[in-house]
Design a protein around this ligand. Structure first.
Ligand SMILES: [Zn+2]
Length: 408
């Protein structure tokens, strides 16, 4: 009984976390705009932004409350075990039953949520590009993917646990390590699929960028331009690969939207990340995070009492998958808190790199273009920033860059 209450409390805590966050976010639309970023949007655009943000916030709040209440109802009534009893015995059928019920409920809630988000809110503000037909097609496709994904993971938990027993956690650690290595080394290869890359053309811009690299003895294989404008309006640049294979990728949008000084500022910022090995540090934190996730999985599959408390006769791997989700609902905000804090610090440090190279002013105007382009929140609440933001809000970054410029 205490275990059952414990799990229900975790569901409530996880739900409350999301609900409180969306309330804070919803209210933050009315925060006064800091003076140093007041010129990012014109008054009309900002009013539109506020209303748009508020509508999405309200929707997130309602759907958060609904899914928390539904989860509690399903758990309290032992509905998962009752539904599984309708299926044949055997670990696979039993996990299939639980995953099907969970996915069906999740999909229904998601259809309502995304219908309002896409066809009502996005439509109203002119962002919606999908018709009812593509909307339905997209929903069916993601429902099928969701079921396959959940089923695959639950089955993997069953397969790995039945083969390795308590060594599961070691297996998980090894697998995570391998996967992260593969992703790190293969990312430059994967990112080439479906995108076109051309070397940055010779000229003044390239000379200035190369000079920045040489100054720090930073060797790269190439500076390339990606045709990102075909699918996104995002402005971005990133460094990828390791050792002699390092490549710098600039989005074509970035080159079109920014002045040479601003491009150099963004580039110097990315170089700052490179010089401080921020990507590697994030990778290591990611592995730690994944291991903690593995620990949650391990606890849910090896403790039968967690299952019998909800009406099952023994461990049900579909239910273990659900319990893992509940555990992560608590764990993720905690690890996110740490990872976001580390990431925001790295951003400030990278910004200072741009200042050091003499691009402080250009960095600020580049930030403002980025913020406008991404329809960014100019005055998020401090609580949202601490819990959720991997990058500091615009006004804080401008403040820090100005401070660094004064101290130079
Ligand atoms: Zn950055």
């Amino acid at each position: 009984m205490t275990l059952k209450i414990g799990v229900l409390l975790l569901v409530i805590l996880g739900g409350l976390y999301k609900i409180v966050l969306s309330i804070v976010e919803y209210r933050s639309a009315n925060n006064p705009t800091p003076e140093n970023v007041a010129n990012v949007y014109d008054a009309e655009t900002y009013e539109k932004w506020k209303k748009y943000g508020a509508e999405h916030g309200r929707l997130a709040l309602v759907s958060g409350i609904v899914s928390c209440l539904v989860s509690l109802a399903l758990l309290c009534t032992e509905a998962y075990a009752a539904f599984a009893a309708l299926f044949p015995a055997g670990a696979f059928w039993q996990l299939l039953a639980v995953v099907l019920l969970e996915s069906a409920v999740g999909i229904v809630i998601e259809i309502f949520r995304s219908y309002v988000a896409t066809m009502v809110i996005e439509q109203k503000y002119g962002f919606n590009r999908s018709t009812v037909k593509t909307f339905i097609f997209d929903r069916i496709r993601s429902a099928i993917l969701e079921i396959i994904f959940s089923l695959g993971l639950a089955w993997l938990m069953y397969f790995a646990h039945s083969r390795t027993g308590d060594y599961l956690i070691l297996l998980f650690a090894g697998a995570m390590f391998l996967i992260s290595l593969v992703i790190t080394f293969m990312y430059p290869v994967f990112s080439r699929i479906g995108n076109k890359f051309v070397p940055l053309e010779e000229g003044e811009l390239k000379d200035r960028l190369m000079a920045l690299l040489t100054k720090h003895g930073y060797k790269v294989k190439a500076i390339e331009v990606m045709d990102a404008s075909r699918r996104t309006t995002k402005l971005d640049a990133y460094f990828t690969g390791f050792g002699k294979m390092k490549t710098i990728v600039l989005f074509d949008n970035l080159l079109n939207a920014m002045t040479p000084d601003e491009i150099c500022a963004v580039f110097a910022h990315e170089l700052g990340h490179g010089l401080h090995k921020d990507v590697l540090k994030r990778q290591i934190l990611n592995i730690v995070n994944l291991l903690l996730m593995g620990l949650v999985v391990w606890i849910t599959v090896r403790e039968p009492l967690l299952h019998t408390a909800f009406g099952f006769e023994d461990v049900n791997y579909g239910f273990a998958y659900i319990l893992t989700g509940i555990g992560l609902g608590i764990l993720q905000p905690l690890t996110g808190l740490l990872m976001n804090a580390v990431s925001r610090r790295a951003e400030y440090r990278a910004d200072r790199q741009a200042v050091k190279e003499g691009y402080g002013e250009a960095m600020i105007t580049a930030f403002k273009k980025l913020a406008k382009n991404n329809f960014a929140h100019l005055a998020p609440s401090a609580l949202n920033v601490v819990l959720e933001y991997s990058h500091p809000p615009l006004s804080r970054r401008v403040e820090e860059v100005e401070k660094a410029m004064k101290n130079q």
